[in-house]
Design a protein. Structure first.
Length: 189
């Protein structure tokens, strides 16, 4: 007879809420203040004890990984919502939302890199999941006839890098760059 581990059984509702709250607070805190913020402070801001944090995330690195994975899961879920609502406009809305979120997400990535965290290994499959949903968005929009056929994942990835770098040019620039990019993606009718 083997013992059941806490990772193999579903979380109780209160434990699931605590975990979700911890990930939300950790994301916001790391993005705004860097990764040097102590676990105890994240627990305090989330309204739980430090023991609760360590039950869910035995190390700070485990918390980092979970934050990245949770963020990507949220982005993928949002992309799926947009596609379900209107596949023809989902990519455009997604790009605009990414431009708005880029500052916080880049703050988080900067914090990880400044702390010496290898984002690629910490996020494991995060990039693959992200690029997979972006490819689905492109395909859905092309099927709907709203996105040019000569645009693929490589082009969109490059355009997202441009959009992300625009945040360094001042407030609102990333939003305007995203608008220019989405206009350029549209098919001419």
């Amino acid at each position: 007879m083997t013992a059941t581990t806490s990772t193999s059984r579903p979380l109780r509702a209160d434990a699931a809420r605590n975990r979700a709250r911890l990930l939300e607070v950790a994301y916001e805190t790391f993005a705004a203040e860097g990764l040097a913020v102590p676990i105890d402070e994240i627990a305090r801001r989330a309204g739980v004890g430090a023991g609760t944090v360590y039950r869910h995330f035995p190390t700070k690195e485990a918390l980092f990984e979970a934050v990245i994975e949770d963020r990507v899961r949220g982005v993928v879920a949002r992309a799926r919502e947009l596609m379900a609502a209107d596949p023809g406009t989902a990519l455009f809305e997604f790009m605009q939302e990414l431009a708005c979120a880029a500052t916080a997400d880049q703050g988080l990535l900067d914090a990880f890199e400044g702390y010496g965290v290898d984002v690629e290994s910490a996020g494991r499959d995060a990039e693959g999941a992200f690029l997979g949903i972006v490819e689905e968005l492109i395909t859905a929009a092309q099927r709907a006839g709203t996105v040019r056929r000569d645009v693929g994942l490589a082009e969109l990835k490059a355009l997202m890098m441009v959009c992300k770098s625009a945040r360094e040019c001042g407030p609102g620039v990333a939003d305007r760059v995203a608008a220019v990019i989405t206009d350029g993606l549209r098919t001419s009718r």
